[in-house]
Design a protein. Sequence first.
Length: 318
Amino acid sequence: MNGFLAFSVGRIIPALNAGLWTTLALVVPSSLLGVAIGISVGTARVYGVRPLARTLDWYVALFRGTPLVVQLYFWYFALPNIAIGSFRCILSPMTRFTLAPDGGITVSRQNLHHLPPARFAAGRQYIKASEPFHLGYTSFLQAALAAIETGDAAGAAHILIAWMEQVASRAKPAAPESRAGFEKFCRCHLGQTIYAGRENEPWLPGSLLDAHPGNVLFHPATGDIRYIDLEWRLACDMPLQLLLDRGINLFGQKCRALAPYLCLAETDSLPPTVDRLLARHPLCRGSDTEDLALVTQWLLAAVTHGSLDYRLPGRPEA
């Protein structure tokens, strides 16, 4: 019960409070606008000239005589499709879920349709305007956090190990050009070489920079794997260990955020059982927290600035 109360006070009540202010921000202006329009229309119907009064009669009959849900469907689905020119982009919602011809569901990001991928010397930003919505799938991160919430820390560790083995299956031996490209990228953007001495370890293509456990999905029934939202992509290859460290660090951050509500020690980066089981796995024995901190600092700054060519302050150019 104490855990539920802590979760309610820490997560649910703040969310409801934020929702309340959002509701007020929408209701108050729209109510004032509605009253102003209603008074204006009513006055014009009674005292206005006959053509204007007739037109407003039709206006009132239209909005009173059609169900609200029909109107909502029109504004959300029909109007963006019949609009022309730049109005279509303005009226289209940022994200839409539509029925695909094969019976599935497609996620469309309307406002991104005409934006080409942003290309940089260090890589590119790639956003899909449309992709299938994977029904029945869950991310490795969500599954691991769900296991933590139910008290199954060992299960969470095994889920993370499954993610590590999945991305490791896409790794390959380091080629000379892979090491040279990554070293050049590090010197240019970070000011120093990170994850040095990894020549004999597996490497991944830079396109998998965002393949952390939150962006890798699996189907519990079939075991099928899907990669989504691989937005930021390096032009060079990278050590497998860099992605593994990113994924485990992300899980640790989520655990620390949930620690007050799940009776976890906030000082631990990972729950002890998870930390112990991961430490036994061969893929975790080469982790480097210092190098991870540096590349995380750069990536957060690069995403904030919207450019993978961002250089950490005080770092010399290559």
